[in-house]
Design a protein around this ligand. Sequence first.
Ligand code: COA
Length: 189
Amino acid sequence: MILKNIIDCISVLEQETFSDAWSRDSIEDTLKQDYNVVYSYFVSDEGHSVYRISKEQDILVYSKPYDGDWTIKLISWEDFNVCDDTNVGAVDTLPGRFGGYIIASLIGDETELHRIAVVNDLRGKHIGTNLLDFYMEDADECNRYFLEVRESNSIARALYEKQGYDELAIRKNYYSNPTENAVIYEYQR
Ligand SMILES: CC(C)(COP(=O)(O)OP(=O)(O)OC[C@H]1O[C@@H](n2cnc3c(N)ncnc32)[C@H](O)[C@@H]1OP(=O)(O)O)[C@@H](O)C(=O)NCCC(=O)NCCS
């Protein structure tokens, strides 16, 4: 149940944010591949939490009360992916307001960030930075990190450059709707 709710949140934010938004089905399909990982961010009255979701292992939940440090716990897929409301002990509600997400793939020693977005009225509060920190730390067995971004997206580019990404190449007219160059960034560990 909670997984369904998280996919719904990501899907809505995709539609609100991107002209080439991923459909709900493609987000779901992404999660069927072992090498893909989703990080989803929540803000509640108690603090912040980040869910690391990937088929190849149990769900990692990072939580941080406003006056404390990050702690980690595990939730099994069985409890997480529950669709039966009668299932006792199932985790079925979202742990606060959905704040944003990352979708990335980790393959061998390379990783690629495919999507990142933060809910409009929560931007500028370092949720993007926190998400990127979790992803980059999580992928610490990778040597090369890649991503691409619209040339005009100065806020995202500032975020990536702050985290140590370097410009690698320009892909001319890579994006459509509107047509625009892509900047390829790389981070080397
Ligand atoms: C890009 C995005 C994920 C950043 O998330 P965020 O939570 O707002 O970013 P943060 O608050 O962590 O800020 C990160 C850095 O971005 C820059 N930044 C953030 N807001 C900014 C603004 N309004 N103006 C200029 N720079 C800004 C700053 O360098 C900031 O670091 P600093 O505060 O330490 O100086 C968010 O703006 C977003 O969802 N944008 C729409 C989707 C998108 O463009 N995704 C990227 C596609 S490749």
